[in-house]
Design a protein around this ligand. Sequence first.
Ligand SMILES: [Mn+2]
Length: 251
Amino acid sequence: MSAIVTFAYGQHAAYLPLIEPILREYGRRFGYDVVAHTELADDVRPPAWSKVKFLLDALVTHREVIWIDSDAILLDLSRDLRKDVKRATEFAWTVHHYDNADYPNSGVLFLRSTPDTVALLNAVYAQEDLIEHPWWENAALIRLLGYSAEIVDEGRTQTPMNVAVQHLDASWNSIRQDRGTPMRVRHFAGDSPELRAIGMAELVLSHPGLDGVRDIDSARNAAKKLLGRTQRKIREDRKAAHELRQQSRPN
Ligand SMILES: [Mn+2]
């Protein structure tokens, strides 16, 4: 059996009602269990590290596991991601390229349950010097899979762990800086909470690929509310900034 796993916590909790009906529809169509975590697996480390624990758990019960961040939205329900994964692949992700650099991104992952992927995830968790790194477990994956990334190890490349890695097209993890065509998953990686909320809500409300999703109405209602809350917040911030400017103006 296969699983799709996600984790919506803190600020991301508001995205779950938008994405969960879509994940469940995808699961029904292609035969995935959907596991949506809402509590930390580890309350000592920053929340991103819980992903590693959830993946390790999922690899015990499922032979193939897809991870999709809760700030990412599945838009193409016509294609099973596994169709783009080779038989020998143990781990697949998208490596974005922009600003003359490579950015492997752990927002969308495919993992096959093998001793190699379990060892990889355990080693990821053991990179304690990266616990507070701004890229968290993504930084540990970059290091352990042998990518050279200035931001993780000052450009030094380490010997990669023995895992059969495949790169997925940017369509499976389409971000603002590196759009995939077609856009199968849109990921609001690194965007501000406001931009992310507006972007996700607009897609849920208007993307034609989602029309056939059971429970899309509940996702669209949640999207409308999120959009309203976000627009109100932006207006309030603008008003407060305007008042601050007025107050600091010399008389
Ligand atoms: Mn993300």
